[in-house]
Design a protein around this ligand. Structure first.
Ligand code: K2U
Ligand code: ZN
Length: 174
């Protein structure tokens, strides 16, 4: 297993559409391992494959609490089937937009169809933080970031800040 470098805003890779996974094989299982190791190292509670530069429809999540046994979840080709009318608000963050947090409103309960690491097609119902994290990660597979759900003014401020930081990093690298 390998910890992979994270793609950081404003890298245009984050805006790519991720392609469906055709076959759940050893390479996909290795990718899941690398994604989980990268997520735990960050640390985070979710990660989409595009965040390590792999445009495949795959995400990992672990919403277990500190001191609890880890509960890694892997979702391949996830598709949201239903969303509740009831909404919930969470303060979200993103490993690709470090140290920026904002409240985002999303459907409180969803059902998701996906393929697991054994290649089985499953359907799951999610609520609470798992529902929020699943929607956040599935957004990534469509090139959507959580800052796309906040005001235009705040989004433009965040993008300007990260664009300036990227230029400074580039300059220092010379
Ligand atoms: O996509 C990511 O970078 C994963 C986020 C997961 C997340 C989604 C929705 C709401 C909160 C987090 C990262 O884990 S960001 C780190 C983090 C962890 C716990 C709570 C807030 C932020
Ligand atoms: Zn994210």
């Amino acid at each position: 297993m390998t910890i992979k470098p994270l793609i950081i805003l404003p890298d245009p890779v984050l805006r790519q559409l991720s392609q469906q996974v055709e076959t759940v094989d050893a390479d996909i299982r290795r990718l899941a391992d690398d994604m989980l190791e990268t997520m735990y190292d960050a640390p985070g509670i979710g990660l989409a494959a595009i965040q390590i530069g792999v445009p495949r429809q795959m995400l990992v999540i672990d919403v277990s609490k500190e001191g609890e046994d880890k509960q890694p979840l892997v979702f391949i080709n996830p598709k949201i089937l239903t969303t509740s009318d009831e909404l919930s608000v969470y303060e979200e963050g993103c490993l690709s937009i470090p140290d920026y947090y904002a409240e985002v409103e999303r459907p409180a309960t969803i059902t998701v169809e996906y393929i697991d690491l054994e290649g089985k097609k499953l359907t799951a119902k999610a609520d609470g933080l798992l529902a929020t994290c699943l929607q956040h990660e599935i957004d990534h597979l469509n090139g959507v970031l959580f800052i796309d759900h906040i005001s235009k003014l705040k989004r433009e401020m965040v993008i300007r800040k990260f664009t300036k930081a990227a230029k400074t990093r580039g300059a220092k690298a010379i």
